[in-house]
Design a protein around this ligand. Structure first.
Ligand SMILES: NC(=O)c1ccc[n+]([C@@H]2O[C@H](COP(=O)([O-])OP(=O)(O)OC[C@H]3O[C@@H](n4cnc5c(N)ncnc54)[C@H](O)[C@@H]3O)[C@@H](O)[C@H]2O)c1
Ligand SMILES: O=C(O)C(=O)C[C@@H](O)[C@H](O)[C@H](O)COP(=O)(O)O
Ligand SMILES: [Zn+2]
Length: 363
């Protein structure tokens, strides 16, 4: 018997094309319908770790009559570089890829960010479909159309808003995901809990061990709730004119840590430390109550996410945070909470408050 498929609508307002995020099992049969029958070529962009999946998908699409090519890219952040994007552009050029052809990005958030960026830039924009295979990519990266690559100066500094034509979250893909990568994705789920849907936090607090596994009793509910948070926000503010900034909760420090670690830390681990910092910043700025700030520590720690980073790195982190995309001129801006599920912007915090907040995080 086939399991139920959940369909979550994204976009369709503010001038963006609507699309659906499908969550279920054995969803790859949906791919042909999403690609469409007037398409000649399909490029399947996948990481080394998913070489078999990428090739099976290519063969399946070839069997359906498409001219299908697989483009293998490095795992994780190694893929989010100008060099790898150029390698993909070369492969598309050599395949004769036109504006009516389609890119399929299969993999974690790093792969879907890259595949979406290549789709946004090739011929000034071709359609693309996301097939996220990590929990983080399902709940966050593949939804909402932020695509991009890193540069030596910082995380995601080059990119474009280019929403996919559809997102297929096949939960079966999570079975092969290493536990550390699964747990890293929980950081974005917990983020969705703090900024918008506290039920997420309750589900994790009730069974932190279960939350660490795709076999956990609430895995599908946690994933679907988080996708709904993201879908609602990006549907009303695709280009981050205002509301969408709340999805950046914890990310100002997180991106600086990732750069400092030369992108060897998982994004979710950095976001966990970044949310701990944002909670302390909110508390010390007089916005957030002690209980909600403390709740960050307990829930993040309960699933095995990190809370701390090197104290001596603060000057470098502060310098990197100045080129965060939320900054305006010399004004540093952070997302903090006024209370549970009440995200807001804190502009130009007192440097002494910033340092004191980092004092709780650094060790
Ligand atoms: N565009 C957005 O809105 C957005 C949102 C959140 C995060 N991101 C980006 O997403 C990236 C992080 O994504 P991530 O956490 O998915 O990490 P990732 O893409 O780096 O994947 C982690 C590792 O798991 C491997 N992998 C992927 N799927 C697998 C599977 N099913 N089984 C076994 N191995 C698998 C990958 O090849 C990689 O080595 C960061 O670059 C972050 O900036 C983007
Ligand atoms: O979708 C968004 O908007 C987010 O901020 C989601 C984040 O989880 C994600 O990591 C995003 O890539 C960060 O965007 P950036 O603009 O700060 O690079
Ligand atoms: Zn993120």
């Amino acid at each position: 018997m086939s399991e139920a498929v959940t369909r979550i609508q994204v976009g369709g307002t503010a001038g963006s094309e609507p699309y659906e995020v499908l969550v279920g099992r054995q969803l790859l049969g949906e791919l042909g319908g999403l690609i469409g029958d007037r398409v000649k070529r399909v490029a399947v962009v996948h990481p080394e770790a998913l070489a078999e999946t990428g090739d099976a998908l290519r063969a399946d699409l070839a069997g359906q009559g498409y001219e299908a090519v697989a483009i293998q890219v490095p795992n994780a952040e190694e893929a989010k570089t100008a060099e790898v994007a150029a390698y993909c552009w070369k492969a598309l050029g050599q395949s004769g890829f036109t504006r009516s052809d389609v890119i399929v990005g299969v993999g974690g958030g790093a792969t879907t960010d890259l595949a979406g960026f290549v789709a946004a830039t090739w011929l000034r924009g071709v359609r693309w479909i996301a097939v996220p295979t990590t929990v983080l990519a399902m709940v966050d990266a593949a939804v909402g159309g932020k695509t991009g690559i890193n540069t030596a100066e910082g995380k995601n500094l080059v990119g474009s808003f280019h929403p996919p034509a559809g997102v297929l979250c096949d939960l079966a893909a999570l079975d092969s995901l290493p536990v550390n990568d699964y747990v890293s994705g929980l950081a974005e789920i917990i983020k969705a809990g703090f900024i918008a849907d506290p039920r997420i936090l309750e589900l994790i607090e009730a069974d932190p061990e279960g939350a660490r596994s795709p076999a956990g009793a609430h895995a599908a509910e946690l994933i679907e709730r988080s996708i709904r948070v993201k879908a609602e926000v990006v549907s009303s503010d695709l280009k981050e004119a205002g509301l969408r900034e709340i999805l950046n909760y914890g990310h100002t420090l997180a991106h600086a840590i990732e750069k400092n670690e030369r992108y060897q830390w998982r994004h979710g681990a950095a976001v966990s430390v970044g949310m701990h910092f944002a909670a302390e910043l909110g508390r010390l700025a007089g916005r957030l109550d002690d209980a909600t700030a403390d709740r960050h520590r307990t829930v993040l720690e309960s699933v095995g996410l990190p809370l701390h980073y090197r104290y001596d790195q603060w000057p470098k982190l502060l310098e990197t945070m100045k080129v965060d995309k939320k900054s305006r001129g010399d004004l540093l801006r952070f997302i903090v909470l006024d209370g549970l599920a009440k995200p807001t912007v804190l502009e130009g915090p007192d440097p002494a408050v910033l340092l004191a907040a980092y004092g709780e995080v650094g060790q």
